[in-house]
Design a protein around this ligand. Sequence first.
Ligand code: NAD
Length: 424
Amino acid sequence: MGYIEPAPIKDEGNPFEAMMSRFHIASQILGLDDELYNVLKSPAKQVIVSLPITMDDGSIRVFDGYRVIHSNILGPSKGGIRFDPGVSIDEVKALAAWMTWKCAVVDIPYGGAKGGVQCNPREMSSGEMERLMRAYTLAMTEIFGPDRDIPAPDMGTGPREMAWLMDEFSRSRGMTINSVVTGKPLVLGGSLGRTEATGRGVMVSALAAMEKLKINPYRATCAVQGFGNVGSFAALLMAERGVKIVAISDISGAYYNENGIAIEKAIDYRNGNNGSLEGFSGAELIEGNELLELEVDVLIPAAMEDVITSRNAESIKARLIVEGANGPTSAKADTIINNKGIMVAPDILANAGGVTVSYFEWVQNRLGYKWTGERVNRRSDRIMKDAFDHVYSTSQEYDISMRIAAYVVAIDKVAKTYKYRGGF
Ligand code: NAD
């Protein structure tokens, strides 16, 4: 493959460095000039707030809250809100840029943003969470808006928190504005198909890639790491299309069955077992790391970042990796994976089904109309397939990996739009 050497990577495990090294390579391929390079790598706006919250015991604690708008060149910025002890401005900055590229790859009219509050939701009561979410929303009331910046759930937040956000924002404006946030409960204007959207997009990307590699789904095997929202729906939908899922895993361990795992049964088991696969009897227990190195056609990392690194990339035997998780492959591992001839459907392409259906939620809210689940699926499948084809043809045209091609598609689109709109 024609491949430009990556920029030096300081550290595996640093999402900003990982993102920047790919951005750097793609910018070189596009011949991006220095000025535009600097514009696109710098976030447009960074907001830091202090949120004093009365805790249940009467004490007052101050939480740090962030919102970073990386870019609003393509349209209002879009990105989730993370409630986690590890949240920092650097992490939020990296995730915001990631959202810019992801929205551009699937060609939806959004820029990228991300928000976060440094807190531990597992140690907070529902009342404390509500006060924190409302305080955060109030602090961001001039940042958020259906035409400005549209938040969504991320780690530690879900439909319940989005409902509070929508309510608080609507109070600040004196009217109901449900299009200010996506990922809401269905009754508040959430979209059908949103829950399974990311896993569904992973399946569409996987099947499109398998077609290119001439892998017949009915003869293919697949291993899925992570059995949460993304992994379990991806596994279920792949199995429905004939793929034999031989291994699944979650935090409790990895489960292998060479004859194929009954995914519906595994989901039922997990649902009745506090969300965990622990004790699942439809497969034998194997080491978590072993799952990644199985001799399968397709590997779907759908748990967390940095699981395929320079330490284990050489041992990966799959022909195709479809990234359900954000950042599962380190930048250092990219080169090893490419040299082994493994195709990767990268995160900013393969897991963009979620933000695509979030976009549909916003469209429906603005129309004041509700689409059927069938319409949502049909349209999101088309967007995912078109995006895959665009990235694939770009990878062929420049003789580059699918990951760098995805960045090329995204950066090219944002750069062209920027040139038309003009700057200072
Ligand atoms: P989730 O919390 O529903 O599920 C995560 C799963 O990973 C759980 O089954 C958990 O037990 C498992 N897990 C955690 N650590 C593990 C380990 N060391 N080994 C094996 N399994 C492990 O989360 P999710 O929403 O499914 O998100 C998974 C990934 O996909 C994250 O990287 C997330 O950023 C990304 N993502 C999610 C969405 C979405 O719409 N939910 C969209 C885009 C990207």
